[in-house]
Design a protein around this ligand. Structure first.
Ligand code: UN1
Length: 506
């Protein structure tokens, strides 16, 4: 612990400073250099990033197209082995990565450790999945005299556009999926977290991913727009806001060129339904974790808690009591439960939301935020109806609504009406109630009598539908196919010469 805290302290102070630059072989970027500030201490500069220019994006596609030709013809087993080496490298470099996660993204130690675990899991899981799915061509049934082979190939130069709230796990999850499926990748991290992304890309290269098959193209929305508008783009994996996903869809539709997939994971207005039979202590624990861990900056986080009215007073008091105990502050300290908000812009949005809520609803609890960084403490708001919250509020704000036992159908209708479908929690000891809820809702990830964050790769494939995304589940058995394309080769083996030499392919 002592040596970890020392390392943390150094990285948080910017020693050694990370200077991220676009990584595109043969290109030396002329983009503007932007300092990267620590969200928990604005006096600290963690490093700097040189953002990509429009010319860099162009070059990245040109280099990536060449990289794709070699990488996509590299045997699946060798591609998977690179991911496994990446997992090992992440584990070997864990402390430094942890320190960077704290310094640049304000991740607490618990969150940082969980995030590295998730990143490692993505690499190992997709390696296994790629061998299972893409390893050999499948011989299809059919008439004699014909040989039909079904196989998977990469699509081309794939864009991975990722968010600041999981700057390692989601960034790397997208990239490892796209790479192992046989694509070259243009990786654009969120502008708030380019340094951890840069480190991850360098580890990928060290793990054996060719530099021309994985291009690092940092920058803001204009860089994202240039990537998405490019005529050679073969597909997009995007995690971020619903609004940005709409923009990507429009941009893809607006150009002529290959028809490409968008794999999107976006927002949520995630609800938990608690009835009067639920175990109070378990509920309090699960609510506080789901709403406030990671400062509520997870798309899976609980936003809207439906408490059956008989237990609502008691439950709210317990939740508030537990929220009061949370330690806010420096994320690099082992004792901290809740770190900062990513930046002042996000913090201002949360403050504006609470100001709004004060006018029409009851703000029941406002925690106290420390000074010196982008801190925003947990808040609990009591709503007079679920309709009082219509948009995702990305931070540690829990909204509570009461419901009467006879009104369960209208609670379910309200949740459906939001249009989001990412995570859902249910707490009840009545099986029929649990069944009614799970039957009625299409939400992507449903958690019963437990917390609703921290989906485990390979165990709880994660992703939602409707306004929450394209419904493809990261860390699940049907994810890698979204990044690849099928091919069928049909050979007339009865023809003169028999084409026998071709049959061994795949
Ligand atoms: C996100 O916050 O963008 O289950 C999604 C979880 C995480 C959520 C990641 N996998 O909490």
């Amino acid at each position: 612990r002592d040596s970890l805290e020392k390392l943390m302290a150094n990285v948080v102070k910017g020693v050694p400073a990370v200077q991220a630059v676009p990584l595109i072989p043969g290109v030396s970027s002329k983009g503007a250099e932007v300092p990267v500030q620590s969200p928990s201490n604005h006096a600290v500069k963690v490093g700097s990033v040189r953002n990509a220019t429009a010319a860099d994006v162009e070059q990245a596609f040109a280099v990536g197209a060449k990289g794709f030709r070699t990488w996509s013809r590299t045997p699946v087993d060798a591609r998977a082995a690179c991911l496994e080496r990446m997992a090992d490298l992440l584990e070997e470099n864990r402390d430094r990565v942890l320190a960077l996660l704290a310094a640049e993204a304000g991740k607490t130690l618990d969150d940082g450790i969980a995030e590295i675990r998730e990143a490692v899991d993505f690499c190992r899981y997709y390696a296994v999945e790629a061998r299972r799915l893409f390893g050999t061509a499948t011989k299809m049934p059919g008439p004699t005299g014909e040989d039909n082979r079904y196989l998977w190939r990469g699509r081309g130069v794939f864009a991975c556009i990722s968010p600041w709230n999981f700057p390692l796990a989601i960034f790397l999850g997208q990239i490892s999926a796209a790479l192992v499926a046989g694509n070259a990748v243009i990786a654009k991290p969120a502008p708030q977290t380019p340094l951890i992304a840069y480190e991850a890309i360098r580890l990928f290269h060290q793990a054996g991913i060719p530099e021309d098959a994985l291009l690092f193209v940092p920058g803001g929305p204009e860089v994202g727009a240039a990537i998405v508008a490019h005529s050679a783009l073969a597909g997009v994996a995007f995690t971020g806001s619903t609004r940005t996903a709409w923009g990507i869809n429009r941009a893809l539709a607006a150009k002529d060129g290959p028809i490409v997939p968008l794999i999107a994971e976006t927002g949520g207005l995630n609800a938990m339904i608690v009835d009067a039979t639920a175990l109070a202590e378990q509920v309090a624990d699960d609510v506080v974790l789901s709403a406030f861990r990671s400062a509520g900056q997870r798309c899976s986080a609980l936003r809207l808690l439906f408490l059956q009215e008989d237990i609502a007073d008691n439950m709210t008091t317990m939740i508030e009591g537990a929220a009061r105990e949370l330690q806010l502050g420096d994320p690099s300290l082992v004792t901290t439960d809740v770190g900062p908000i990513i930046d002042d812009k996000q913090k201002a949005m949360l403050e504006a939301h609470i100001a709004d809520m004060r006018e029409t609803q009851k703000v029941r609890y406002s925690g106290k935020a420390p000074d010196g960084g982008s801190f925003f403490a947990p808040h609990i708001v009591e709503l007079d109806s679920p309709g009082a919250l219509t948009k995702e509020v990305f931070g540690p704000v829990l909204h509570i609504v009461r419901w009467k036992a006879k009104d369960l159908p209208s609670v379910l209708a309200d949740i459906t009406a939001s249009g989001y479908g990412l995570t859902l929690g249910v707490h009840s000891r009545i099986e029929a109630t649990i069944r009614k809820v799970t039957d009625a809702l299409d939400t992507g990830n449903v958690y019963v009598n437990r917390n609703m964050i921290g989906a485990v790769v390979g165990t709880q494939p994660f992703g939602g539908s409707g306004l929450s995304g394209s419904g493809f589940k990261a860390g699940g058995p049907a994810y890698l196919q979204r990044f690849a394309q099928e091919q069928v080769i049909s050979i007339n083996t009865a023809a003169a010469g028999g084409n026998a030499s071709l049959i061994a392919m795949g």
